[in-house]
Design a protein around this ligand. Structure first.
Ligand SMILES: Nc1ncnc2c1ncn2[C@@H]1O[C@H](COP(=O)(O)OP(=O)(O)OP(=O)(O)O)[C@@H](O)[C@H]1O
Length: 301
């Protein structure tokens, strides 16, 4: 659907997006995952034609000229700080966004009912936006972005700061939309959401460090992961071990990376006398977090 080649955006001395080449296929949920400041928003803004690239290309596959311009104009973009009008009701907000797309009232009404049903906001049509919960506000923002029936949705960290239950709910809506054929590009700083995408690109310091299905990215992980439960939370006892390629504390346990051919017993033997109160050592499959920690540190996968 969209392909970028060496897409770059420079702000003064900073290269916010650095030679990014990605391809988003029609009908997929493509996740752009990375820490704050990675360049996700800047990349999305270029794809929506809101800012001009410094260099590189954006190609809309199977389209050119006027059709391509129209297609970009029809994207539904939900920016990070989406402004809803707090003193307007849910329905008044939707009417406002629909009117910006020159839609007539009846069309807006029937589309709104359909989307509000899907997002479970139908009961709140007359509630002021200011009185919605955080998760509901995000769903209303999504509804507003959908009212123009876009060919593609571009969502910039739509679940940022939203509680876990509402995040799940939001993703359920994205899955429903995708099942109906919607292509979705979504950025997130939450690693668990990377697993929910069909394809994921990890972005860091303007560059794409890896792009593939979450499963393939994990399969290519070059190390064995040992999960160590210990009484100490201090990484110090692992630092001096020559077998250890990397180690970090994550989810109440240590994740220790060793070469694939290093036996667990060899690690156990080394840490046995270290007085770290090791309770349990077991091999675990690499998680998407393991991949991303390594990518952010070393950019090797
Ligand atoms: N208009 C601008 N002028 C100067 N620098 C900018 C501009 N827009 C973004 N930047 C810088 O470019 C870098 C990438 O920012 P961007 O907002 O694209 O990252 P991000 O991955 O979306 O992170 P966040 O989630 O924090 O927004 C940051 O260092 C940011 O300060």
């Amino acid at each position: 659907m969209i392909e970028t080649t060496d897409l770059t955006k420079v702000f003064g001395a900073l290269t916010a997006v650095d030679q990014v080449s990605i391809k988003i296929e029609r009908g997929e949920i493509f996740g752009l995952v990375g820490p704050d400041g990675a360049g996700k928003t800047t990349l999305m803004r270029m794809l929506c034609n809101l800012i001009t690239p410094t260099s590189g290309q954006i190609k809309l596959l199977d389209m050119d000229g006027k059709d391509a311009r129209k297609a970009v104009e029809s994207y539904g973009y939900m920016p990070q700080r989406f402004s809803l009008y707090g003193d307007l009701t849910v329905m008044e907000n939707i009417n406002f966004f629909g009117a910006m797309y020159n839609l007539d009232r009846r069309t807006i009404q029937s589309r709104a009912d359909e989307i509000l049903e899907m997002t479970n906001l139908i009961k709140f049509k007359t509630r002021l936006a200011d009185n919605l919960s955080g998760g509901m506000k995000q769903k209303l923002a999504l509804t507003c972005a959908l009212v123009s029936r876009p060919g593609m949705l571009i969502l910039d960290e739509p679940t940022y700061g939203v509680d876990p239950e509402s995040r799940k709910d939001f993703w359920r809506v994205l899955y429903n939309l995708n099942r109906e054929g919607m292509t979705i590009l979504v950025s997130t700083a939450y690693m668990d959401e990377a697993e929910l995408c069909q394809k994921v690109a990890f972005m860091d310091r303007g560059k794409i460090a890896a792009v593939d299905t979450p499963g393939s990215i994990k399969r290519r992980f070059p190390y064995k992961v040992l999960e160590i439960k210990a009484e100490t939370r201090d990484l110090g006892f692992l630092n001096g071990l020559d077998l250890v390629r990397d180690a970090y504390f994550y989810g109440g346990k240590f994740h220790v990376l060793v070469d694939k051919d290093t036996p667990q017993a060899a690690v156990l033997a080394k840490i046995a006398g270290m007085n770290a109160g090791v309770v349990q050592v077991r091999e675990v499959p690499p998680s998407i977090e393991d991949v991303f920690v390594l990518l952010a540190e070393k950019e090797v996968v």
